[in-house]
Design a binder for this molecule. Sequence first.
Ligand code: ZN
Length: 625
Amino acid sequence: MVEILTADLFEKVKAGLPAEASISEIRFEGSEIVVYTKSREFFTGDSSQVRELVGQLKKRIHLRPDPSITEDIETAEKRIREIIPAEADIRDITFQPEFGIVNIEAIKPGLVIGKGGETLREIKGSTFWSPVVRRAPAIKSDVVRTLRELIYKEADFRRVWLDKVGKRIHSGWKPTEWATLTALGAFREVGRSCLLIRTPESKVLLDCGVKPGSNEYPYLSLPEADITKLDAVVLSHSHLDHAGMIPFLYEMGCDAPLYCTMPTRDLLVLMCMDYIEIANREGRPAPYTTKGIKEAVKRCITLDWDQVTDITPDMRLTLLNDGHILGGSLIHLNIGDGLTNLLYTADLKFDRTALFDPASTMFSRAETIITESTYGLPTDIQPRRWEAETALVDIVKKTVARGGFCLIPSFAVERSQDVQVILARAKLDVPVWLDGMVWDVSAINTAYPEFLGHEVQRDVMKGWNPFTLPMFKHIGGQEERKKVLEAGEPAVIISTSGMLTGGPAIWWLRQLAENKKNSLVFVGYQAEGTMGRKIAKGWKEVPMEENGRTRGLPINLEVATVDGLSGHSDYKQLLNFISRAHSRPQRIIVNHGEASKCIEFARNASRIFKVDSFAPELLETIRLL
Ligand code: ZN
């Protein structure tokens, strides 16, 4: 069955192209078709016939050079460097003969592409390689470099594997008589987000997270959740409560493609490396090793927002902006050729923030919406954004004026960059030191401006990149930390962890807590039982471990909490989002909130929208079709 359908599709491709196209091979790359040609003329021609074929077959088709027509690598690289203007600032050129591709990384990718693509056409016409242009991070990032190298190195594996994935996707399908959702994690709780979507044909996992500070993982031991039989894994965003168990799947033999955006992939690696390191340090080893991370990256298929892709014979996936963190996505699934559609919000921000546009409502129908409910109670209303931003800037100014340090403990992803942009826009004349993982995350932000909000993108285009301003400085280790402290110059320090449960923020707290001139500003949620919560509640002394002994640390510095910078929607924003959906859903499923919030939000949603709305319990299976 599989072979016939695939052969049929390839036959149509062949028939749609002229004999002089001289096709040497047709393969799949995931859901897309790749055609290799032995004709330099056809390869560099106007490709109208390929476009026509795309229209007919409704499949993406890429034209690539057969190895016999590509210029040798040395000559090709020399020509590319001659063609591209120096201002583009090329950082790397890597050839992938397995795909006929040359990857060109530059600080200004627009100059590599040229007006209307003319520079690219020139590269193609004089080297006969397929150029792929990527933006080099404006701040050097080892993570981005290592990752891109790994993917180039795995070209042999990926060529074979992507073809296999494509054959599975195009293998013809049984009628979609039913579709179900099984709650494997984050139902009536926050943490270990994981959902299984099944039809007679397909098994797809959405997210696979950890529950920070606990040993509870998603219910992957359920027979129907068999890791080795999944068709696809879709990841909304890189926060550990959604992504922390992804490497586990791949270390345990999952061979399914991992779909997410490119920044999500990069941040996933960073976050999970950090997770393993911290878990090991704390003496409760992570359930996987770096091998799991590598296996996941090898099987990653990155998508842009709003790009529709077949992921199984009866499911089509679209990722859309979720307004929550860099690359974070809403997940839209079209099941059974439109028989039913599902939108999973994962984490959702339906308001403009310093970094991002509000979550997209540009998805087609969604009979089922699965929504988070972190702030699901009618009393969960956040202060207005500008009020929060003003409060933050004010306290920094006050601290600097009296010659103190301002410590901002923060999560590495999103909140730190948010604070950076707010401080940058306020044009404060004060150094801001980035400690812990914050620097790497900011570097990844500079590699993907297209995933930032329009306002920041406009700034970057105008040459004002908030992340590369000289006011932001990197702390690389303990020696540098001491130097900053000894210099005594007023400064802001943004450091992990956000709840003062570990990381360099604790060291800073020990140094700064006793001096009244300094300040400590909380910009995120402080969970019960954490050091952050104690200080935010007004404790005047906290127990602090030092050299194996616990002493009382007096809290003399000014303590402030700035609410309203959350990356989650408040109650009103959640309701607004649902009411803006193109068509009214038939069913609203509520998850990702404390039990009482899930239940109450479902009750309110069903009253307000007059639809079926409920908060399933863990391990429940719900019929969607
Ligand atoms: Zn999140």
